[in-house]
Write a protein that binds this ligand. Structure first.
Ligand SMILES: Nc1nc2c(c(=O)[nH]1)N[C@H]1C(S)=C(S)[C@@H](COP(=O)(O)OP(=O)(O)OC[C@H]3O[C@@H](n4cnc5c(=O)[nH]c(N)nc54)[C@H](O)[C@@H]3O)O[C@H]1N2
Ligand SMILES: Nc1nc2c(c(=O)[nH]1)N[C@H]1C(S)=C(S)[C@@H](COP(=O)(O)OP(=O)(O)OC[C@H]3O[C@@H](n4cnc5c(=O)[nH]c(N)nc54)[C@H](O)[C@@H]3O)O[C@H]1N2
Ligand SMILES: [Mo]
Length: 670
């Protein structure tokens, strides 16, 4: 992103035309980033709570007072019998930069002895599944998609969530490629598909296993590739034999012909590339779904093609020096680990209790599942909560100490992307607004006040970037901070037509694509891909479904970035109010018309949304765009009032889309 500055004020943001993966255009949100930076609602000074928890009333204090209060409290807790693990850091996607997202912060909490946070809210189910199968988060180069003859968009909304891949797909389409979508919801990207396979939510593994069944049964495999570069083919074939298309068709709510047709086309078209993203894995069986799908390219030898294979994430390619950045060696002892997707439970039930919570880069009051539990926890009088934020979010309302954070325009960083092969350098374009400070600096100040004397707490933002790229990974050779500053970005050192697994080289224990994974057995998992049904569906939980019959998917939209941007006036104007798309049959059965206010609820909680009658969902499935701020939603809660804290089969991930609800017209009485 290029910033035009006049008299110290940023006046224009634009894409960098020289940056290949983005090609010089910005997404909807970032093109209006200045509205965010200069919003009159920016937090500009440190503050202390004066009202009740959650009321959001604060008084201004100095940085020195604020940091003193935090460190005094942390010291008290560290010296108490429960010890420092009663302090919990909580952070996720506010920034993807290593300086402000995963370096000085980690050092501080490691040295302090705080509880560790398992950052599972987004990607761990898929990431771990990929790691068992391929050995890491490695995937097809996005810049090669234009050469594919078949592109499968499997549980991903490219136009909303990954717009910079679209020119590649369009280019492939213009050369005659076929586009197939596999999704329970016909998102707007899938309007461009030649074929749309609308399976039931959370049934992808059954679909993929049946595809394997057909590929093996019809001899459409790449025998040479399988022999040389894979492990466990016979056992995988046996497992897939349990999933004939007829069985999978019943599970997925499809015609057998859709599965057989897909299998044949996928196996006989080259190059064929599968784009999955993280939406797919937010179900009880999300890990196994990714695992089953990620076996496909090795079965057909699709990895041989630079425009073949599969892309979930490419973040494992960068080889940054995480050890130097995060310094786990500063930990003494082994503090407990708390899963961020179960924040409600952690705040209400953990032993020893969480006595202090430090939130940065995240807005858990809006984005975490089982919201009533999260809010009940945040309301605890004996919980000391620090929130470092750009805005007074739903979470900030519960802070005891609220600290102002810089935006991307005001701080330096190095961003590790996950959809392409380019490291991005972020140079501050303007001075911090008000008294806002970047995360890394606040943790440095806190470390000093705590009396931590290790030299690593003296590092500057530039030092951190240097350390990040000083690894012995060959892909980072010749990438220096000087070069990053000059160009703004750097492609990792791999060839243009790079096909990561063309000749094997998987990073698994065997060095092969592991259809069968011994490592999974050792952690008590099924070593082969299998279908793990949704936890909440009419088939797997009929009694629950009798009361709450609708499967609710609450995924992303192009104008919001999770809960960031959803509070800014121009986005509120364009989206107007939180909505839910219902199939006409479900709406009719409930006397719901287009535009009606509806109550969406289950035993965990409720929220109020505006009904849209839609042919994009099948009967029994609904779609609600996420994530609105609670305080800007009618009724004061968003869809996460209904989502559950249950975890995925692999990776302990959140299961936002595995969620049965009831929908009824809102009568104004509840
Ligand atoms: N504009 C914008 N861009 C974003 C984000 C944003 O909020 N806004 N968020 C960013 C983040 S944090 C992430 S993790 C990525 C996510 O990127 P994506 O994974 O592409 O996005 P999602 O909206 O989570 O889900 C995509 C699709 O998965 C489908 N899906 C849900 N359940 C299933 C299922 O069981 N099977 C299949 N096959 N499909 C299913 C949904 O219906 C949806 O169409 O996007 C990133 N990019
Ligand atoms: N129902 C439902 N819930 C979901 C999802 C869904 O699809 N459906 N998606 C889930 C997913 S995939 C994800 S990744 C999570 C995302 O959840 P979060 O990681 O919490 O993401 P955001 O909601 O964007 O909140 C990030 C916050 O960080 C702040 N911030 C930005 N930059 C900085 C900075 O430099 N310093 C500090 N201190 N703060 C900063 C922003 O102002 C913003 O309030 O939400 C999850 N929740
Ligand atoms: Mo995410």
């Amino acid at each position: 992103m290029l910033i035009e500055v006049e008299d110290g004020r940023a006046v224009k943001v634009a894409g960098d035309p020289d940056h290949p993966p983005t090609g010089g255009f910005l997404c909807t949100k970032v093109s209006r980033y200045l509205e965010r930076v200069y919003s009159p609602d920016r937090l500009l000074y440190p503050m202390r709570r004066v009202g009740k928890k959650g009321e959001g009333r604060f008084e201004r204090i100095t940085w020195d007072e604020a940091l003193d209060e935090v460190t005094t409290k942390f010291r008290d807790i560290a010296d108490s019998p429960e010890g420092p693990q009663s302090i919990l850091p909580y952070s996720y996607g506010g920034t993807m930069g290593v300086v402000n997202g995963s370096s000085m912060d980690r050092r501080f909490f490691h040295r302090l002895g705080a509880s560790l946070l398992a950052r599972t809210i987004c990607a761990t189910a898929g990431a771990e599944a990929l790691s068992y199968t391929l050995g890491g988060k490695i995937g097809t180069d996005a810049e090669n998609f234009h050469d594919a003859r078949l592109i499968v968009l499997w549980g991903t909304n490219t136009l909303a969530c990954n717009i910079h891949l679209w020119p590649e797909i369009k280019s492939a389409l213009s050369k005659g490629a076929r586009l197939i979508g596999i999704d329970p919801y016909r998102n707007r990207t899938l309007d461009h598909c030649h074929q749309f396979i609308q399976l039931k939510p959370g049934t992808d593994a059954a679909f993929a296993l049946a595809v394997i069944n057909v590929i093996v049964g019809e001899g459409l495999c790449d025998k040479d590739y399988i022999e040389k570069y894979t492990l466990g083919f016979e056992r995988l074939s046996d497992r897939a034999a349990e999933y004939p298309p007829s069985r999978a068709a019943a599970i997925c709510g499809l015609d057998e012909s859709e599965i057989i047709g897909f299998a044949r086309e996928y196996a006989t078209t080259r190059p064929a590339v599968i784009r999955i993203n993280y939406g797919l894995q937010r179900h009880a069986g999300g890990g196994m779904a990714v695992r089953a799908i990620s076996c496909l390219p090795a079965l057909t030898g699709s990895w041989r093609d630079a425009a073949g294979g599969l892309l979930l994430s490419s973040s494992g390619m960068f080889g940054l020096n995480d050890a130097a950045l995060e310094r786990t060696d500063l930990m003494s002892g082994t503090p407990r680990t708390i899963n961020m997707s179960r924040l409600g439970e952690a705040l209400l039930e953990a032993e020893p209790p969480v006595r202090a919570l430090y939130v940065y880069n995240s807005n858990p009051a809006a984005v975490a599942p089982d919201q009533s539990k999260v809010l009940e926890g945040l309301r605890r009088e004996d919980l000391f909560t620090v929130v470092h934020e750009q805005f007074q979010t739903d979470t900030a309302d519960y802070a005891d100490i609220l600290l102002p954070a810089t935006t991307q325009l005001e701080h330096r960083d190095l961003v590790k992307p996950y959809g392409h092969y380019y490291l991005v350098y972020n140079e501050p374009a303007i001075a911090p607004l008000g008294e806002a400070k970047p995360n890394w600096e606040v943790f440095q100040l806190l470390a000093k006040k705590m009396g931590f004397e290790e030299a690593c707490f003296d590092d500057t933002d530039e030092d951190l970037i240097r350390q990040a790229i000083s690894s012995n990974s060959p892909v980072l050779r010749n990438i220096t901070i000087e070069r990053l500053k000059k160009d703004g970005w750097a492609r990792i050192n791999v060839a243009d037509q790079y096909a990561p697994f063309a000749e094997g080289g998987f990073r698994t224990p065997s060095g092969k694509c592991e259809f069968y994974s011994e490592k999974m057995t050792r952690v008590g998992l099924d070593p082969l891909p299998d279908y793990v049904p949704p936890r909440e569906s009419p088939e797997s939980a009929p009694e629950l479904a009798a009361r709450f019959p609708i499967q609710l998917i609450s995924a992303k939209i192009g104008t919001f970035l999770n809960s960031s941007f959803s509070h800014l006036p121009s986005f509120l104007r364009s989206e107007r109010h939180p909505t839910i798309e219902l199939n006409r049959s479900d709406a009719d059965a409930r006397g719901i018309s287009e535009g009606d206010s509806v109550k969406v609820w289950n035993k965990r909680g409720d929220c109020r949304l505006v009904a849209r009658i839609s042919d994009r969902v099948r009967p029994g499935v609904a779609f609600a765009p996420s994530t609105w701020w609670n305080k800007l939603s009618p009724g004061g809660s968003n869809v996460n009032a209904t989502s559950s804290q249950e975890l995925t089969d692999i990776g302990g991930g959140a299961t936002f889309y595995d969620n049965l609800v009831q929908v009824e017209r809102h009568t104004g009485e509840n």
